[in-house]
Design a protein around this ligand. Sequence first.
Ligand code: AMP
Length: 244
Amino acid sequence: MGAGSTMERIARGIGPIILLGSPGAGKGTQAKRIAERYGIPQISTGDILREHVQRGTELGAQAKDVMARGDLVPDELMYGMMAWRLRQVDCERGFILDGFPRTPAQAGWLDAFLEHEFFENQHRGQCLPIVIRIDVDYNQLLRRLTGRRSCPVCGRIYNIYSQPPRVADACDVDGSRLVIRNDDREEVIRERLTAYELQTRPVAEYYECKGRLVSVNGDLPVDEVTAQIVRLIENHRVDAADGS
Ligand code: AMP
């Protein structure tokens, strides 16, 4: 399989990419990079929910307290939100999911959705989702999460230890004063890690049983993690195309 044909297939459609990893594993950062590289949307359920809370929509009102506690928003609310988002035209060539699915029930829902509503076209064989888990050491996770700061205006994320802004406490892009997200406070972090252990680990097992899980070492520097992910995506697309 030559490099030219690999690139043609990638241009035609990259398909769904699912990123798994506990809070702080770097899903958001990596998803953004992959989305830019392949020109596909990054769909972060956490960001969409926070936007609903900020806009004061009905969904936002239902999700607000659950999120502040560090619990998971009920599946039924997530399904409506995701179905709407995945039907948007920008998802046609593929998309990268960051934060969804978070439970085996959500994974089952997504499989059914992709099966019945999505990619019912000639490129179907190339559209099997690739599921990539970013593995990070527990102590590193705690450090990353307690160091996380975000810009309330543009949403950019920093880390005071590993990716500090140029000027302390100020966003590089628009100069806004950086904040600690409500759910990045230490007591909430423990809740989120527990919720991850209890509910999300089975998602990885769900995909592992289907032979669709691959993992990368998230302890490495950010660029190296990106390089590992890109390799997996491009090999996966070649494999999928070969198999169709
Ligand atoms: P995140 O930014 O991905 O850590 O998400 C922040 C919060 O949004 C989580 O702690 C949950 O309360 C909620 N959330 C995000 N994605 C999901 C999901 N797939 N299912 C349920 N709740 C979610």
